[in-house]
Design a protein around this ligand. Structure first.
Ligand code: FAD
Ligand code: NAG
Length: 393
């Protein structure tokens, strides 16, 4: 392929995956930048540290830390830049933003992640809007007495624990459709059963095997303040004045529908998108199937069975190394040696409050208690990782 001068690397999405790719590129390039220009396209004005979303719900001071600006990401006077904008079309050698602006690339990395219902993640372009939602939700929680959370995945477990820990006098009920909490493939059964006994010890009412719908509560209106009486199959009646929907990770990769190889206008981009999940099909090198110069990594790709921020710290750097290997091979007219990615060990740490949680560390054998969780995550929800990665002092 013909490489323009300077070489343009475009990364879309500035969160765990995108920032891991960029920081690995920056440290390999050093101050000279070696005639490479990195552009980050991000729809928002600041990076949301989603791991801290539920603490922000109950703690105003913590809240001010979870939106991290992009202003210090690139060194001053470097050729690299951040453009706030929404990716709407991917083509073979350029992308188009929602504003109609098109941006050429030699190498593209898609890191557009996933969304969860608010208040875990937010479908907004400006941090201020998300902060307003969280502020209002915090006030509503204070005023409510009986809170119901639907969905016993990692989000529901963490949210119910955070709220119950902050407000022990309130009734917090977690309702889950199946018989096992955090039932993700590859994680230890002991973690799942410990999550249940841990929440019960905190005083959360856990209701299993009940698939509940609540009037007015859905993905786009996942926080509701309304009197709702819930009748379970098992014959229980639950009164509530506030409800949350904590289910349904969604991936939007509709921007792929314009992508075609130059020599094949009959190519159907649906063939590189997984049905149902909408994740992008990638090879073990993170190259999008059929497109050697386009990569996808993080929650928007199908590399990890259970997508996590932890996985991005393993996979993001591999993408950066592969892009640099392709560039080097191209300048020397050789075939590039690309590295295959590996996932992280099945570590899971669920924080249920500033001092409590459930952790599974397969490396050291299974350990599950508050001490580990506090040291590992619960105290500050790893906010330091995001601020350090964004060069915020
Ligand atoms: C409450 C909560 C707690 C969690 N706790 C943990 C944990 O403890 N450990 C763990 O490993 N994982 C955890 N996760 C999962 C983790 O947050 C995700 O795996 C991680 O965010 C994935 O990172 P990503 O960079 O792929 O995508 P995302 O974090 O989803 O980021 C995608 C970025 O792309 C931007 N974007 C999206 N679409 C476009 C577009 N079209 N144009 C431009 N920009 C776009 C978004 O604004 C965003 O900045 C948690 C998730 C939640 C919700
Ligand atoms: C959110 O609440 C905090 C604390 O009460 C306040 O300082 C801040 O201005 C609020 N932000 C928005 C955007 O409403």
């Amino acid at each position: 392929m013909t490489i323009t001068n300077p070489i343009k690397i475009v990364v879309v999405g500035g969160s765990f995956a995108g920032i891991a790719v960029i920081n690995t590129l920056l440290s390999a390039l050093g101050p000279s930048s070696k005639n490479i220009e990195i552009t980050l396209i991000e729809r928002r004005d600041a990076r949301h540290h989603s791991l801290g979303a539920f603490r922000a719900l109950i703690n105003e001071e913590f809240h001010s830390q979870i939106w991290v600006p992009y202003t210090s990401l690139f060194p001053k006077d470097s050729p690299h830049k951040v453009i706030q904008g929404q990716l709407s079309e991917v083509h073979h050698g350029y992308i188009v933003l929602g504003t109609g602006q098109s941006i050429a690339f030699d190498y593209l990395t898609l890191c557009t992640g996933s969304s969860n219902p608010a208040p875990a993640k937010f479908n907004v372009d400006f941090s201020k809007e998300a902060i307003e939602i969280t502020n209002k939700t915090r006030e509503d929680i204070k005023k409510s007495n009986n809170i119901v959370i639907i969905g016993g995945g990692a989000c529901g477990v963490e949210m119910s624990g955070e709220i119950k820990t902050a407000f022990p006098e309130k009734t917090v009920t977690l309702i889950h459709a199946s018989g096992t909490l955090i039932d993700y493939p590859g994680y230890a059964d002991k973690l799942k059963s410990t999550a249940l006994t841990h929440l019960q010890a905190l005083g959360v009412d856990v209701v299993l095997n009940e698939r509940i719908t609540i009037e007015g509560l859905d993905y786009n209106n996942a926080i509701q303040v309304a009197p709702r009486t819930i009748h379970t199959k098992a014959g229980k009646t639950i009164e509530s004045d506030m409800q949350f929907l904590a289910v349904g990770i969604q991936v939007d990769t509709s921007y792929m529908s314009t992508l075609r190889p130059p020599e094949n206008s009959n190519f159907d981009p649906q063939t590189i998108i997984n049905e149902g999940t909408h994740t992008i099909k990638v090879q073990k090198t993170f190259q999008v199937v059929g497109f050697d110069h386009i990569f996808a990594v993080g929650d928007c790709s199908d590399f990890s069975k259970v997508p996590t921020a932890a996985a991005c710290t393993y996979t993001g750097p591999t993408v950066a190394k592969n892009i640099l290997a392709l560039i080097e091979a191209d300048t020397k007219n050789k075939k590039a040696k690309l590295v295959k990615g590996s996932g992280p060990p099945a570590i899971m740490c669920l924080a249920t409050g500033p001092t409590t949680g459930v952790t599974h560390l397969p490396l050291f054998g299974a350990k599950f208690h508050n001490f580990f969780s506090r040291a590992f995550k619960s105290k500050d929800l790893m906010i330091g990782l995001s601020t350090a990665a964004m060069n915020i002092k």
